[in-house]
Structures are given as structure tokens and as C-alpha cells.
Design a protein around this ligand. Structure first.
Ligand code: ADP
Ligand code: MG
Length: 734
């Protein structure tokens, strides 16, 4: 028998299911320790039997497996090959002809690395007793240390003709030991391996017991479901992935196992969302016409169509008795803050409090000030709470919040402190989500169940929105408010620097303001000069002030200044008393000065794409045309690709997709913090279509059977419990 855990314990378990997977892994281990004595009987192998008890493994190999994260039989089955080889018997070189796909066995006569070519190549001449052939690897620099003359090599690939010579491009290859001769020794899976455990040993362990091991695998789905989605059986998929019959079967096996991995992840998210929606009661916050009218009156402009749309979605959410759990994505300057204020005012109109949390003091106080602009003269009681506030002032503020004498509190992480208690918290807004962790989202709920709006200015590619944030409803603001000037982006190299500076001088004379951003604070803070000269904000500040722009007022802002100093400089710049603001990336998010129309980013090649895009978002906020000048000297391909992307596109989503491809999901968001899935076989970028399918199916399954109580879902339920443990809200009370 199974049932859902109570709502209280669910509320505490606001860990993403993917993180939960990590935790549950730990649980599984302890469970395994408990089961240890049972597992000592080597005859009954189960999925949670330690691999040590498999024939041919033993303690030493078990330790080697442990280093690969393989502890029990289930882990071993999920220790997927990194590649598969299907090589025919080698042919003699004299028998190879163009367009044939062949294996060739020979000895390396010579190697040649040619990095100076347009596409650098690594070039090998391979000979057997009938002739020689050229093998070429494009961008093959990584092979320089691997392949040497005299080595015996098995190649597999397609023969082409180049300058009347037979050649084989980018072949798969294998280095042979002197005693190794036959190609079929190598056919089959290639496992990620190490010194203590070779791919071939792993292959032998798995293939010799594959019948017994796959017999442990239960099918998760009904035959009709498999048929509809063209999925191979699960046990069969495990067999084919480790002991493939042919390439076609292997492809089917990969598809099935990827599907399962993505499906289980999405089921976890679907369950989490279902529970968040159904196990917490939120105060329904209504917004009738009168309230709507009163709120709108506060804004000196018409809301954009996108803002209207999003506010509509938020209103619908907040009227419900289940808490809103919504992610609002919108590029910098798209008008999210206004939306947040609208939502906060709905809460206030319903006699509830709202808390708005920003990642930095600058942003919190900027939110506060822009709120002041809109709320001037209203009776809404609002306060700013940051880490800088101490002593009796802080005490009085906390009392007002606790006593319900404050309606809206804007703040930093200082809001998360335990002694900050709310009388009746109706809405929580978290700005710039990616700076905070999932955990903080939970903390800010303050043990109550307010509606929750998470805002991010980092456009999140769809793949990530479906995984890392997959438990949230998503709203998007795509178009910024009208009347924004165009932003022109240029990559400036040293010959054009002087012209660029002159151009900036003209703009400054015309009373426009400029940001100059540098990768670091001090010149001695970082000794890594491998990428050429890296400029530092403090040095360049002096240079700009004394030499380059002596006629203008220059300010300096960086992360080592106190909050009060930063605040003062920002205010000076905002008020137009500074012409140029020299800074590090501390101005990255949210800072809003419409008269600043120039953004210079020095050593732009040192910044990530998301960061460059964020920085550029500081300009183009007013009506005049803005200029983003990327100063960079680089030949690094990735850096070049980033610079090109920046000059070509202003679409945050397009840039984010590109960034995801360049860097992989792990770096775009800190994986652990965001509960990014730890996937073993699927890849959320390459397998996007499968991810879509898995998500649709998973959400449909949970919709139809949220407790997974029907017999047809029994195997799925068992699999989820084993994978995610009690964290998913499923417990086994049998
Ligand atoms: P974000 O939080 O998404 O970066 P903001 O809400 O701070 O964007 O809005 C950026 C600027 O645009 C602010 O100065 C804001 O007052 C202004 N703004 C917001 N919505 C509108 C609108 N509908 N029409 C005109 N200006 C707007
Ligand atoms: Mg903002």
C-alpha cells in the first residue's frame, strides 16, 4: 500500500526532485547497508545487490567501480557505454577503394600536426604489407600525444579521394597491442574506464551475465503506451545497450533508455507541481475592477500587451486557494518590476503583506526607489530591509512587519533571517532567480504559504525551463515597452580604439552617460595574463579620469566597496552628476539609468555570453539610440563566437540558446543549486524532442492518476520510489 505523505511534510520537502535524486541515492546506500546481510547470499542477485557479489567482480574491482559511481547492480546496468563499435573485418589497403566504409589495420609510418591551416589537421600515414593510406583528423590536435610512428592502429571510416590519393577522414580508431589482431575483439560497447578497470573488463562482466541482469528489469509501461510512442521494451533496451545485436537495435535501445530517464525526471516534476498545488492552501487574493483601476492609476504609462497578458495570468493564479508558483521571464528592461508591483498591490488591497527580494543591495534599493516613484502619495506602507540596517532601527522595522504595520517589504537576503516574521504574508516576489537557490525560495515563504512569483532577467532556454524550472508555471514578457532607442553593438579592436574613444567623447559632450566595465578590480588581483592584457577597473578609472576624459566626471563602482559607498556612487550616476561610471560586473543586473546610452566592455572576450547580454541590458533604456562597444583582442574560437553572437542578435532567448550550446547546461546555471538533472544517457539539448515527448506523457500520466494508484502504474511508482525516495511525496507504508 502506498499513499501520499501529509501536506506538512511535503511543504518541508521543497527540494527539487532532481536534487532529491542525489539525496535518495544516499538513502539508497543506507538502505543497502541495512539489506547488506541479505545480499550476502550471492545466488539471489537484485537491483540493489552490491556489485561485489557479482561473479568476476570481488572487492578490488568493486572499489574500482565505486570510483565510477557504480555500487549496486542497478548502477552497473546504468553504467552506459560512451561509444559502440561495429567494425567489419579489416581489408588490405590495396583492396580499399573510394566511398567504401572499411576497417584498416596497419602501422603508423608518420604523423604530422598542421595547426596553421585554416582547419587544422592531424595527419597520419598508415601502412600494411600492401600499401599505405593517409588518415586525417580535422581539429585533431588532441591526437598529437596519443598517436606515434610505430604504433599499430585499427581505423574505421569511409574512404575518400583527395588529390588523387585515397584518404580516410576522421576515422574511428583503436590502438592495438602487439598481440591483438582481430577487429571483432573490439566490436561492441566502449565504456568509460580507468587504470584499475578497463573497458574490456567491464564489457566482459556485463555481457557474460546479461540474461540474469536484464531479468531484473521491470517494464514501466503498458504495451499500448510502448506501441504508441514506438518504444522498445525496457529489459530489451538494457540488453541492446550493453550487448547490441546491430546498430538499429542499438538506436532503439538508446531512444528507450533516454526516454525513460527523461520521463522519470518529468514525472518527478509533475508530482512536485501537483503536490505544491494541492497540498498548500493559499489565501485567495482577488482583484476586482475597482482594485485594478486603483493600481493602474499608479503607473504613468499604459501597460504593454505582454505586461497585460502576464498580469492576467498572475491575477488568475492569485485568486485561487492554491499558491501561485510562477516564473516570470523577461529580458532586462522589459517591465517585470512593474508587474511585480502590480501583484504586490493586489496583496495589499486584500490586506495581506508582500515581500520582494532582490539579489543585491543596489537592486533592492533601486526597486524600492522605483516603487517610491509609483507609490508617491499613496497610503501603502513600504519599507526597505537590507543587511546594512542594524540595531534599534532594524528592531523597529521587524516589529512593524510582524505587527502588520508594513504592507510591502523590499529587501535582500536579509529578509530570509529567521527573526524577520510577517503578520500575514500573501505574496513573495523573488527577482533574479538564478542568483538564489531553490532552497531560498522555500525560506522566503516564511512557513506560510504565500503566492510566489519568481522573476528572472536571464532568458532561460526552453530546455532548461522544462527541466530546472519544470515545476513552475512560466510567463514570458517578450517585447519591451515602446519608445526604447535602438542599441547598436560593435566589436572594437585596437586599431579602432582611438576612434571609438573620440566617438564616446562626442556623446558625453551631448550630455549622455557611459558605463565602462572591466573584468576585474585591481591589476594585481589576478596574475593570469595568458589572454593578453587584462584591464582592471581601479587602474582604468585613474587613466580615464586623469588622461582620457579629464573634462568629465568619472565615478568608480566595484564589489569591494561598502554597500553605502556603492549606493552613493550609483545615486550620483543616476542623478547625472557623473558622466562615466567605471565598474566591474556589479552593475550586471537590473540597474536602470535611461540617460546612460553607452556601454563599453573591456576585455569583452573574458565575459560569458549571458553576462555580456546582461551588461548590454543596462543601456537602451531611454529613447535615444545606444551603443554597446565590445573591446576585445582575441583569437579564441569560443570568444569569437560569443562576440559575433552579440553583434548579431539582441534576442535574449536566442543568445541563451547559443550560450547553452557553447557551455552546456551545467555552467549556465549552477547545477546543484537549480536541481539540474544529473542525466546518464539523455542530453537535454540534443534530445530536446524526446524531452518534449517525455514531458507531455509524464504530465498526462500524473494528471490522470496523481497518486499512481492504478495497477498499470505500479511498476512506475516502484521505480520512482526507488529513484527519488520519499522526497517525491510517495511513501511505501507496506
Ligand atoms: P525589468 O524589471 O524587467 O528590468 P522594469 O520594470 O524595471 O524592467 O522596467 C524598465 C523601465 O521601463 C522602467 O523605467 C519602467 O518604469 C519602464 N516601464 C515599465 N513598463 C512600462 C510601460 N508599459 N511603458 C513605459 N515604460 C515602462
Ligand atoms: Mg528589474
Amino acid at each position: 500500500m502506498l499513499r501520499w505523505i501529509s501536506r506538512i511534510s511535503w511543504q518541508r520537502a521543497i527540494v527539487s526532485p532532481i536534487n532529491a535524486a542525489i539525496i535518495s541515492h544516499a538513502c539508497r546506500l543506507s538502505q543497502q547497508a541495512l539489506n547488506g546481510s541479505m545480499d550476502k547470499d550471492p545466488k539471489t542477485i537484485r537491483l540493489d545487490t552490491p556489485v561485489q557479489f557479482l561473479k568476476g567482480v570481488g572487492p578490488a574491482r568493486a572499489r574500482a567501480f565505486e570510483e565510477f559511481g557504480v555500487r549496486v547492480v542497478r548502477d552497473l546496468l546504468e553504467y552506459y557505454p560512451r561509444d559502440w563499435v561495429f567494425m567489419p573485418e579489416p581489408v588490405k589497403i590495396s583492396q580499399a577503394y573510394a566511398n567504401q566504409t572499411v576497417s584498416i589495420l596497419g602501422t603508423i609510418e608518420q604523423t604530422d600536426w598542421q595547426p596553421y591551416r585554416k582547419i587544422p589537421i592531424f595527419d597520419v600515414t598508415l601502412a600494411d604489407d600492401t600499401g599505405s593510406i593517409r588518415a586525417v583528423w580535422f581539429h585533431g590536435g588532441y591526437l598529437v600525444k596519443q598517436l606515434e610512428p610505430g604504433m599499430r592502429l585499427l581505423l574505421h571510416g569511409k574512404i575518400t579521394v583527395y588529390r588523387y590519393q585515397l584518404q580516410i577522414n576522421n576515422p574511428k580508431f583503436m590502438i592495438l597491442q602487439p598481440d591483438e589482431d582481430k577487429a571483432d575483439t573490439f566490436n561492441g560497447p566502449v565504456y568509460p574506464a580507468g587504470a584499475k578497470l578497463s573497458s574490456r573488463q567491464i564489457k566482459a562482466i556485463l555481457s557474460s551475465r546479461i540474461d540474469e541482469l536484464t531479468a531484473l528489469i521491470a517494464e514501466l509501461f503498458e504495451p499500448a503506451f510502448l506501441k504508441k510512442n514506438e518504444l522498445m521494451g525496457r529489459a530489451e533496451a538494457f540488453r541492446q545497450i550493453h550487448v547490441p545485436e546491430d546498430e538499429q537495435k542499438l538506436q532503439q535501445a538508446k531512444r528507450r533508455l533516454k526516454f525513460d530517464e527523461l520521463f522519470l525526471m518529468q514525472t518527478g516534476l509533475a508530482l512536485k507541481r501537483f503536490h505544491l498545488k494541492n497540498s498548500n492552501f493559499a489565501m485567495p487574493l482577488r482583484c476586482d475592477e475597482q482594485i485594478d483601476h486603483r493600481i493602474r492609476r499608479r503607473f504613468p504609462f499604459l501597460l504593454t500587451a505582454d505586461q497585460e497578458q502576464v498580469i492576467g495570468e498572475i491575477k488568475t493564479d492569485m485568486e485561487k486557494v492554491v499558491p501561485m508558483n510562477r516564473l516570470l521571464q523577461g529580458d532586462v528592461g522589459s517591465g517585470k518590476t512593474v508587474v511585480a508591483l502590480y501583484a504586490a498591490l493586489i496583496a495589499v488591497a486584500n490586506k495581506m503583506q508582500a515581500a520582494i527580494m532582490a539579489p543585491t543591495e543596489i537592486l533592492a534599493s533601486q526597486h524600492y526607489q522605483s516603487m517610491e516613484r509609483f507609490l508617491h502619495g499613496s497610503r501603502v506602507r513600504r519599507q526597505l530591509l537590507t543587511g546594512g540596517l542594524v540595531g534599534s532601527k532594524r528592531q523597529r522595522l521587524l516589529e512593524a512587519i510582524k505587527g502588520g504595520q508594513t504592507d510591502i517589504v523590499v529587501g535582500t537576503v536579509a529578509l530570509l533571517q529567521q527573526d524577520v516574521e510577517f503578520a500575514n504574508l500573501g505574496l513573495v516576489v523573488i527577482d533574479e532567480q538564478h542568483k538564489f537557490g531553490v532552497h531560498q525560495r522555500a525560506l522566503l515563504r516564511k512557513g506560510q504559504s504565500p503566492h510566489c512569483l519568481v522573476m528572472t532577467a536571464t532568458p532561460i532556454p526552453r530546455t532548461l525551463a522544462m527541466t530546472a524550472f519544470g515545476d513552475l508555471d512560466v510567463s514570458v514578457i517578450r517585447n519591451s515597452p515602446p519608445g526604447r532607442g535602438e542599441v547598436v553593438t560593435r566589436w572594437v579592436q585596437s586599431p579602432n580604439r582611438k576612434d571609438a574613444m573620440e566617438f564616446i567623447r562626442q556623446r558625453l559632450k551631448a550630455k549622455k552617460q557611459a558605463y565602462f566595465v572591466y573584468p576585474r578590480i585591481d591589476s594585481d588581483a589576478d596574475t593570469d595574463n595568458s589572454n593578453g592584457e587584462v584591464k582592471a577597473a581601479t587602474d582604468e578609472y585613474r587613466l580615464l579620469k586623469d588622461t582620457v576624459f579629464p573634462e568629465f566626471k568619472i565615478g568608480l563602482l566595484h564589489g569591494q566597496m561598502t554597500a553605502a559607498e556603492k549606493e552613493r556612487v550609483m545615486n550620483e550616476f543616476r542623478a547625472g552628476r557623473l558622466d562615466v561610471l567605471v565598474s566591474t560586473v556589479v552593475i550586471e543586473v537590473g540597474v536602470d539609468v535611461p540617460n546612460a546610452t553607452i556601454m563599453v566592455i573591456e576585455n569583452a572576450n573574458r565575459f560569458g555570453l549571458a553576462q555580456l547580454h546582461q551588461l548590454r541590458g543596462r543601456i537602451g533604456r531611454g529613447q535615444s539610440k545606444s551603443y554597446c562597444l565590445l573591446f576585445a583582442e582575441t583569437e579564441d574560437e569560443t570568444a569569437l563566437s560569443r562576440l559575433q553572437m552579440m553583434t548579431r542578435s539582441h534576442d535574449g532567448f536566442e543568445i541563451a540558446e547559443h550560450d547553452l550550446r557553447l557551455r552546456g547546461p551545467g555552467e549556465l546555471f549552477s547545477a546543484r543549486q537549480h536541481g539540474l538533472p544529473d542525466l546518464k544517457i539523455a542530453n537535454i539539448i540534443d534530445d530536446f524532442d524526446l524531452l518534449n515527448l517525455a514531458r507531455r506523457e509524464a504530465f498526462a500520466v500524473i494528471e490522470a492518476d496523481p497518486n499512481l494508484a492504478t495497477p498499470s502504474n505500479a511498476a512506475l511508482r516502484r521505480e520512482l520510489i526507488e529513484r527519488f525516495g520519499a522526497r517525491l511525496g510517495l511513501v511505501d507504508i507496506a
